[in-house]
Design a binder for this molecule. Structure first.
Ligand SMILES: NC(=O)c1ccc[n+]([C@@H]2O[C@H](COP(=O)([O-])OP(=O)(O)OC[C@H]3O[C@@H](n4cnc5c(N)ncnc54)[C@H](OP(=O)(O)O)[C@@H]3O)[C@@H](O)[C@H]2O)c1
Length: 228
């Protein structure tokens, strides 16, 4: 499940160093519910470095419900890096790690750069570059992860959509116009399955105050209108 909040002009952040929150409270709550239904959460290393999120379940009620169902209160946290440039002080390694040590997937070279710097906070797993994402998902599957929520940023969403690995896309449109050419967009240009003419299947459209949440199934195709 990919989840993203996007401005009206297609950006997912601005260029100001302070973190930008595109969502509103109702949308954060919707994402919290999705997280509660998932087993693990993945973000890219650049989002870790820029936003330093905790990746936790904000609702005590949802954490309690998970525990009552025999699950850890919070999700397993996962990130990916090629360079290995991750601080052991990142908040995702320390806050709400009830599901076990966070996992850092990296390349063989990345694992070499990381060395033992993350030993006290995370499990580092090296993957050969070939079919990086498929191997990552298989490894998570072996660890009992059935539902993974992927929360960006640009490179990560692009990679999952290019590889055709997303079952669902939750796309929250926020009422902002960023207007900065260097700000990150939802995805980079990429070779998406089916190319530029393929339509995704819309499965839901819900207004949440001033945000609209669209849910698409990227793996299914809708009929292309024949036009004039
Ligand atoms: N609005 C939203 O919903 C939302 C959500 C999340 C993030 N964001 C924003 O997105 C921006 C960051 O996006 P981004 O595209 O710059 O970064 P990103 O997608 O968060 O992370 C990209 C990083 O992931 C690692 N990576 C990518 N492909 C890899 C591969 N095949 N193997 C191993 N590692 C790989 C690399 O890390 P290394 O550089 O360490 O090698 C790469 O630099 C931030 O501004 C953040 O605020 C917005």
């Amino acid at each position: 499940m990919l989840s993203v909040a996007v401005s009206l002009d297609g950006y997912i952040d601005d260029t100001i160093p302070e973190r930008l929150y595109l969502s509103n409270e109702s949308d954060f709550d919707g994402v919290d519910q999705l997280r509660a239904e998932s087993d693990a959460i993945l973000i890219g290393a650049e989002t870790v470095r820029r936003d330093d999120p905790r990746l936790w379940l904000r609702s005590q009620e949802r954490r309690d419900a998970r525990v009552a169902a025999g699950k850890p209160a919070n999700l397993l946290k996962v990130t990916v890096t090629r360079t290995g440039n991750l601080s052991p002080d990142a908040r995702m390694f320390h806050h709400h790690v009830e599901a076990g040590r966070p996992i850092v997937y990296t390349t063989v070279d990345g694992a070499e750069s990381i060395g033992d710097t993350l030993d006290s906070v995370a499990d580092v797993v090296a993957i050969a570059d070939l079919d990086f994402w498929g191997t990552l998902l298989e490894d998570l599957g072996r660890r009992g992860i059935e539902q993974l929520i992927v929360e960006g940023g640009t490179h990560i969403h692009t990679a999952f959509l290019e590889a055709g690995l997303a079952d669902e896309l939750r796309y929250a449109i926020a009422p902002l116009l960023i207007g900065q050419i260097d700000a990150p967009r939802f995805v980079n240009p990429g070779a998406f399955p089916g190319g530029s003419r393929r339509r995704l299947e819309l499965v839901d459209c819900t207004p949440l105050d001033d945000v609209v949440v669209l849910r698409y199934r990227p793996k299914r195709t809708s009929t292309t209108p024949s036009g004039q």
